[in-house]
Write a protein that binds this ligand. Structure first.
Ligand SMILES: Nc1ncnc2c1ncn2[C@@H]1O[C@H](COP(=O)(O)OP(=O)(O)OP(=O)(O)O)[C@@H](O)[C@H]1O
Length: 263
């Protein structure tokens, strides 16, 4: 079997006396749609930052496509193919949708080649493709400030994809979205090419179970369970971790005959 695209081994991060991420070992195969879930404070965002390089590990290793990237900075990891959308928007509000995506596409082309007109044309063409892919071709000339919340998240996905990632990390992409916007986002993420491996942190478990091919549940910084969505939904341990969070009901629904009891 080929090496996993993302491989975490014993990854740990402490803040003073608090161990926010505790000895996490996890392999994400190339092409997976992998979700990281867990109650508030479980360590999901911290783990995300340890993957992107925004935070340094206290212990353990992070490998991308078999290469140890633990000591690399966030920009160095980005150049290796890690791209992310953030919990809080990083878009330029006064710029149009097209300008935001074009900037990222130009950066991508500039990193490999000088900005000759041919390369600029390629960046524009890529921008057009991306806007069509995320369903925003009609909104290209609209300032981001005039978009709905859901549309802004679509732009963020386009910006992240403009970096031609091998690993796309989505931090709560459905946060603040209406059910219709979430459904549209799921549809968009389902159409991403298999060459992009996706890791998503998301509280909306409907989105998670619609999208994910595998799920890791974090609880108190540790991996409670990694499995396919049915295993996770059926796990008593996961149900207990979510008790009192208001989200238990999602685990109590009967997902169907393939349900297996674990945990
Ligand atoms: N920079 C920091 N300094 C100190 N403690 C931190 C820091 N960042 C996170 N923590 C703590 O680490 C723990 C895990 O936080 P984290 O944000 O990773 O959880 P989470 O699962 O993403 O939660 P949420 O779902 O609420 O976003 C929490 O107890 C949090 O208070």
């Amino acid at each position: 079997m080929s090496a996993p695209l993302l491989s975490l081994s014993g990854v740990t991060r402490s803040f003073g006396a608090l161990t926010a991420v505790d000895d996490v070992t996890l392999d994400v195969p190339a092409g997976a749609r992998h979700a990281l879930i867990g109650p508030n404070g479980a360590g999901k965002s911290t783990l995300f930052k340890l993957v992107t390089g925004a935070l340094r590990v206290s212990a353990g290793t992070v490998a991308l496509a078999g290469d140890d990237v633990t000591r690399l900075s966030e920009p160095q990891r980005a150049r290796r193919g890690i791209s992310q959308t953030l919990q809080h928007s990083s878009l330029f509000l006064s710029q149009t949708v097209e300008q935001n995506v074009l900037l990222a596409a130009q950066r991508q082309h500039r990193s490999r080649h000088s900005l000759v007109p041919r390369r600029q044309a390629a960046a524009r063409e890529r921008t057009r493709e991306l806007l069509a892919d995320v369903g925003l071709a009609e909104r290209a000339g609209t300032p981001v400030a005039a978009l709905s919340h859901g549309e802004r998240r679509q732009v963020e996905v386009a910006v992240a994809l403009a970096c031609e990632p091998t690993l796309l990390l989505l931090d709560e992409p459905a946060a603040g979205m209406s059910p219709a916007e979430s459904a549209r986002l799921v549809g968009l993420l389902q159409t991403l090419p298999g060459s992009v491996t996706v890791v998503i942190v998301e509280h909306d478990l409907d989105v998670v179970f619609a999208l994910a091919t595998s799920v890791t549940v974090l609880h108190l910084g540790r991996v409670l369970l990694t499995g396919d969505p049915d295993e996770v939904r059926a796990s008593t341990a996961v149900q207990q971790a979510y008790l009192g969070t208001g989200r238990e009901a999602l685990f109590l629904d009967d997902p169907g005959p393939s349900r297996t009891e674990v945990g």
